[in-house]
Ligand binder design. Structure first.
Ligand SMILES: [Zn+2]
Length: 276
């Protein structure tokens, strides 16, 4: 059997049969990995306690025929302990995991930067020294940068005209100058754009000096940008798959399968976050 080792963060835990679980990790070198943890639902399992959501672990896998199997786990950071005791930290950390899961759709595709962002955000949340909402927004805006969706906050998103500009359009991808401004653009406070800029750059001195209004408005814009990009990404997936198969009866049913598996994946995410 073929063994490999990696460092990762547990994003998701799902039941499999009577005693096993499927664990989803975002790893340093192997991208997103889904692997089986055998026997972990027995109360005597030591492995089970180490592969809970938020755990930062060193894992050994062997390559299975369908899913890889976890053979050893060592805890690097048990972030869960500092997270689950505080509701605000917990909800922020769940949003970090859910976003990372959705952004790393391609299993095996390297996502080193995303892994580092996830581990950094969970560490900051577990430490509890920063505002959980700011930690989450810093993660989200930087994760959008990882995905190629970094919003423009200084220049115009369409023509690159240096700003700051008064208008902001989620669909255009950030700040927009008066000439490029689409109808219905938002007009955030200048301090909100300053905050978003600071979060992108990791300037915590500036971010922590921001007002509540800027934080609230910034959170709203960041959530709207993320939602817009994720929905477009998910909608584009079935279209891409449909092009690659011939238009016969059997391909139509494979479309239905791929569309419904996509749908159940996102409804899993929704039901997981509403249950939490
Ligand atoms: Zn412009």
């Amino acid at each position: 059997m073929s063994l490999y080792r990696d460092t990762g963060v547990v994003l998701r835990v799902q039941k499999l049969g009577e005693a096993d679980r499927i664990i989803t990790f975002v790893t340093q070198r192997h991208g997103k990995v889904r692997a089986v943890a055998k026997g972990v639902r027995r109360t005597t399992s030591r492995l089970g306690a180490r592969v809970e959501p938020f755990a930062h672990v060193d894992v050994q896998f062997y390559t299975g025929r369908t899913l890889d199997v976890i053979t050893q786990v060592q805890t690097i950071d048990a972030f869960g302990a500092g997270i689950v005791t505080d509701y605000q930290r917990y909800t922020a950390a769940c949003a970090v995991l859910e976003t990372a899961d959705r952004m790393s759709a391609e299993e095996g595709e390297p996502v080193l930067r995303l892994y580092l962002l996830v581990a950094g955000a969970l560490r900051a949340l577990a430490d509890g020294e920063r505002d959980p909402s700011l930690v989450l927004d810093a993660f989200l805006i930087r994760a959008m940068g990882f995905a190629g969706w970094a919003p423009a906050v200084n220049e115009c998103a369409r023509c690159n005209e240096p700003g700051p500009h008064r208008s902001f359009s989620v669909q255009a991808g950030g700040s927009v100058c008066p000439r490029c401004r689409p109808p219905g653009s938002a007009a955030p406070a200048p301090e909100t754009l300053d905050l978003m800029n600071a979060l992108q750059l990791g300037r915590w001195d500036v971010a922590e000096g921001s007002t509540n209004n800027a934080r609230r408005e910034g959170s709203g814009l960041i959530a709207a940008l993320l939602q817009w990009h994720l929905e477009r990404q998910l909608r584009s997936l079935p279209l891409v798959e449909r092009k690659s198969v011939p238009t016969t009866h059997s391909s139509a049913s494979s479309d239905v399968r791929s569309a419904s598996s996509e749908g159940s994946a996102s409804s899993d995410v929704r039901s997981a976050s509403s249950a939490q």
